[in-house]
Every structure is written in C-alpha cells, then in structure tokens.
Design a protein around this ligand. Structure first.
Ligand code: PLP
Length: 355
C-alpha cells in the first residue's frame, strides 16, 4: 500500500484556510519541512538550552516563499488571473515562476540589477518567467510592480498580497505540531518582515483554535547594513552579503514591530561576519546548508547567547529560510581554494597526510 504523503499546506491545514478547496489548490506539496535538532551547535551556547532549525530549504523551490505562493496563486487562478507579477530579491521570483508554470500562467519578475544570486535567477529562467532587471534597488522594483498591478490585469504576488502571509502562517502550525508546543523563542531573519508577521499570526491562530497555550517570543534578525527596523529609519542604500534580506524599507515593518512587542521578543541586527560564521557552522558542524540570509537567525541566537540572554532550559527554534544551493558564489568567496595536485597517488596521499 502506498504510504500517505504530505499533501501541501492548503490540504494539511484546510480548517485554517477558508479557500480554495484542497482539490483546487495549485500545489507542489510545499511545507512539511524538517525540524532538525542542532545538537552539536548548541554546545556553542554557554548554558544548557535546546536548539532546532526549521529547514525551509526543503520546500519545492528551496525557500519558505512556497508556503505563501501556493495560496496566492491558487486564489489568483480562482479569480481568473492569466498572469502574475512580483518584485524580488530572488526567492519570490523563483517560487512565483514555479507555481505560475504549474498553473499555466505567464509570470513577470522584476529584480534589482545584478544583485540576484545565480541559483534563484536560474530558477526564474528555467520555469520560463519573463525576467526584467531594473537599474535600481529592490524597493524601486516593488514600487513599480505595485503600480503596474493596480492598473493592469496581472496579479501581484509579493508579500503585500495578504494571501502570501496567510499561507506563510503554516510554518508556525508545523513547528507546534513537531515540538508538541511552541518553543520559548523563535528566531528568524527579517527582510520585508512578512515572515515574522506571518509566523506570529500563525501561532496566534493556533492558540485561538485551542492547539497551543503558550506563545513564543518572536525575535527578528536583520543584517547590520540593512537594519531599518533596528535603526528606526529607512536605509537608502542597504548593504549585506545576505541578499534575501537586503531591504531598506520593509513592507511589513509595523507587523514586525507588533510581533516583537506583543510576544515579548525583539528585533536585533548582526554583522555580515556573524552571518558567515553561523552559515559555516551550520554547514560544517551540522550538515545543514542554508543561504546566507537564513543563517542570520542562528547568528542572532549566538549573539544573544554570548550576551547572556538565556538562563538554561529554553527551547529555541530558528527558521532557516532558504537552501544554500541557491547561492553557491558565497561558498567560493568565503572558503579556502580547492586543492589541486598532479594526477598521482603519492600527491593525493601527501594531502591525506600519509606520506
Ligand atoms: C524572503 C526571504 C527572507 C526575508 O523574509 P521577509 O518575509 O521578507 O522578512 C529571508 N531569507 C530568505 C532566504 C528569503 O527568501
């Protein structure tokens, strides 16, 4: 007999989504991602806490964006849409391109010039989206697509589309189902701040439904060079190697502030070198390969831990938002060069230390 498989978030959590009917969903069976215990890395923390990574890189297009895209595209199709448009630092366009292809829609993605990682761009292209690079920043691209979608028959699937955030709540449902309760702390990277807003809404919806009693403290992590929420003002020229969170004027700014305030959490920033440290620790000590922006969540945990924020016994989840394969260039830029030797056994043995 065939084993029951995960059916995607709309079918698995149907009572939390009024529409569409699961049979009508445009789905790639997104969600159902692993919650991986980080039993080696947790030793970096001076007090005994428990630590997990919610590995969103295991989604069909390699990032959490699929959770919102399945709902946004399903509903756009129901309303008769023929085309989708989005502005993107990469993962939204990859997801829109895939779900659009599945639904038979045209997809237009507008991306900031030159700053998109290769894997994400490859995804948009292979799914036959029309990719338009604009000579400007993400915030400019977003302004343009919002105006286009207001006046033309194309469905906007950026996270300003409420269906996206509604779908993204499902990560909180899954974490609670996997842990049996909410963690004490939920750390996650913050770019446009849709994900922290949606995760918080997810926990609250689960509590409302009686599936949860205690809520987690939501802790958002921005990159120092792109930390408008921490600084309290728009950043005109955001800079960080974590391209997925290189955003100077987050669309869900207020949502992030509310999530942190209501939950007793906070928003902090970490440097690019702290992000890279966490990125390499995850890959080399745990076998978990995420993209740089994702590692900001763990960098935030380590920073808080070193400042003595935990007393012991806390259960901490960090969202790892996207897969490391999306951005191979960061690996080569931040690692020692590969070893090359002449094709002789002695040369290889010498590298192994057996000479
Ligand atoms: C989109 C994205 C983020 C930022 O999420 P927001 O909802 O914009 O805060 C972080 N990491 C990755 C990998 C992403 O794709």
């Amino acid at each position: 007999m065939m084993k029951t498989t995960w059916r995607g978030i709309i079918a698995e959590y149907a009572p939390f989504f009024g529409s569409p009917d699961p049979e009508e969903a445009v789905t790639l069976q997104e969600g159902g991602t692993p919650l991986i215990p980080l039993e080696t890395l947790v030793r970096e923390i001076p007090v005994p806490v428990r630590l997990w990574a919610k590995f969103e890189g295991a989604n069909p297009t390699g990032s959490f964006k699929d959770r919102g895209m399945t709902l946004a595209v399903s509903r756009a199709v129901k309303k008769g849409a023929r085309a989708l448009i989005c502005a993107s630092t990469g993962n939204t366009s990859a997801s829109a391109a895939a779900y659009g292809a599945r639904a038979g829609l045209r997809v237009f993605v507008v991306i900031p010039d030159g700053k998109i990682s290769r894997g994400k761009l490859a995804q948009a292209i292979v799914h036959h989206a029309t990719v338009i690079q604009v000579e400007g920043l993400f915030d400019h691209a977003l302004r343009i697509v919002r105006e286009v979608a207001e006046t033309h028959p194309v469905a906007l699937v950026n996270s300003v589309n409420p269906d996206r955030l509604e779908g993204q709540r499902s990560v909180a449902f899954e974490i609670v189902d996997q842990l049996g309760s909410a963690p004490d702390y939920h750390f996650l990277p913050v770019g446009n701040a849709g994900n922290i807003t949606a995760s918080w809404a997810g926990y609250k919806a689960y509590r409302q439904a009686g599936r949860l009693s205690e809520l987690p403290k939501m802790t958002g992590v921005q990159a120092e060079g792109a930390a408008p929420i921490v600084l309290g003002h728009v950043v005109e020229k955001p800079e960080t190697l974590a391209s997925a969170i290189r955003i100077g004027n987050p669309a869900s700014w207020q949502g992030a502030l509310n999530a942190a305030a209501e939950s007793g959490g906070s928003i902090l920033s970490v440097s690019d070198s702290e992000i890279l440290e966490a990125y390499h620790l995850l890959a080399s000590k745990e076998g978990v390969f995420c993209e740089p922006a994702s590692a900001a969540s763990l960098a935030g945990v380590l920073k808080r831990a070193r400042a003595g924020a935990f007393s012991g016994g806390e259960r901490i989840v960090c969202t790892l938002t996207g897969h490391g394969l999306k951005d191979p260039d960061t690996v080569f830029r931040s690692s020692p060069p590969e070893i090359r030797v002449p094709a002789r056994k002695e040369e290889v043995l010498a590298v192994l230390g057996f000479s």
